[in-house]
Design a protein around this ligand. Structure first.
Ligand code: NAD
Length: 303
């Protein structure tokens, strides 16, 4: 079915498209009629150096296959320049895939400010800067599709990756709010936690496992989510890789509603600890209002 999905006349910006997952997205959209902005800073996976080669090679591959593509070599920290490339070259932007990323893995004990700051700059500020620059175009044309890239490390934690985990879970909150603000303007935003063979994973996984984790097997889900036919799936988190796709969501335990007065003590919480942890009948909250509803009867809520 995905082979039927086309993106003719649309402009798709893929950040970090010089390798790994980004390259796979760029080739896919280039083969399906889109104008592709292939952004890549071309540095190492630790975020050192820069080169135009990574983006140029992918642009060449798309063009050779008969597609339309243009390169951009800016860091995502300067997202406005990337979006400018799209608008100046093709007159519009329809899809933004925030994919660029680096690693600075180190145990928390040995974490340096520089390791923390660079990860925040590339992942958090980078996704923000690109989306911020695309947003006015999306709103004006009442159309936009965004994919942000989280990670299992952000959702669940991962040894040696406090910086990366924090930056990756930030993508979830960012996306959930973009989805809420965007829906009125037909702007759809989703976040994926992919797993794929790339230079990021090739040193930590054996070759036979990597063979089953081709970046191409993340692409179809992204295509479904950013296609014009998707008008409702927004603000969602998906795990994807090696042929597996699943949505994730927040789950709330039964919980305990204690009186918000002097009887609310550490001991009163401990007495209700099993309710606080009781997931036998979970709820799936989707916004702050859900929490306030829980307080009905306990505190006076504004009407
Ligand atoms: P990759 O290293 O192959 O690709 C990342 C690309 O981003 C590189 O080409 C790099 O040059 C580019 N890049 C880095 N910093 C940049 C910057 N400041 N501006 C522009 N481009 C920049 O790695 P990948 O595995 O394809 O990762 C793609 C995304 O998926 C990343 O956000 C990564 O954190 C995320 N991710 C990957 C996996 C996985 O299993 N591969 C798992 C979870 C999350």
């Amino acid at each position: 079915m995905v082979s039927d999905l086309r993106f003719d006349g649309q402009t798709v910006v893929v950040t970090g498209a010089g390798g790994g997952l980004g390259r796979a997205y760029a080739l896919f959209f280039g083969a399906r009629g889109a104008n592709v902005v292939v952004n890549d800073l071309g540095g190492s996976f630790k975020g050192e150096g820069a080169s135009s080669k990574a983006a140029d090679v992918v642009v060449e591959e798309i063009r050779k296959a008969g597609g339309k593509a243009t390169a951009n070599y800016d860091s995502v920290e300067f997202g406005e320049k990337i979006i400018e490339t799209a608008v100046q070259t093709y007159g519009r932007i329809d899809v933004l895939i925030n994919n660029a990323g680096i690693l600075r893995d180190v145990s928390f004990k040995n974490m340096k400010d520089a390791d923390w700051d660079l990860i925040m700059k590339v992942h958090v500020n980078g996704a923000y800067k690109c989306a911020r620059a695309a947003w006015p175009h999306f709103r004006k044309q009442k159309y936009g599709r965004v994919i942000n890239t989280a990670s299992a490390a952000g959702l669940f934690g991962s040894f040696g990756q406090t910086n990366y985990s924090a930056a990756k879970l930030a993508q979830v909150g960012f996306t959930e709010t973009l989805a809420k603000e965007g829906i009125k303007y037909n702007i759809i935003a989703n976040v994926i936690a992919p797993i794929a063979a790339s230079r990021m994973t090739e040193t930590v996984m054996p070759p036979d496992v990597l063979e089953n984790l081709r970046p191409d097997w993340v692409v179809p889900l992204v295509a479904v989510l950013v296609h014009p036919s998707n008008k409702t799936e927004t603000g969602s988190i998906f795990e994807v890789g090696g042929g597996h796709i699943a949505k994730l969501r927040w789950e709330r335990a039964k919980g305990a509603l204690l009186k918000a007065d002097d009887s609310f003590t550490p001991t009163s919480i401990l007495q209700k600890w099993s309710d606080v942890n009781d997931f036998s009948k979970p709820e799936y909250p989707s916004g702050p209002a859900n929490f306030m509803e829980l307080l009905e009867g306990s505190i006076k809520l504004p009407r």
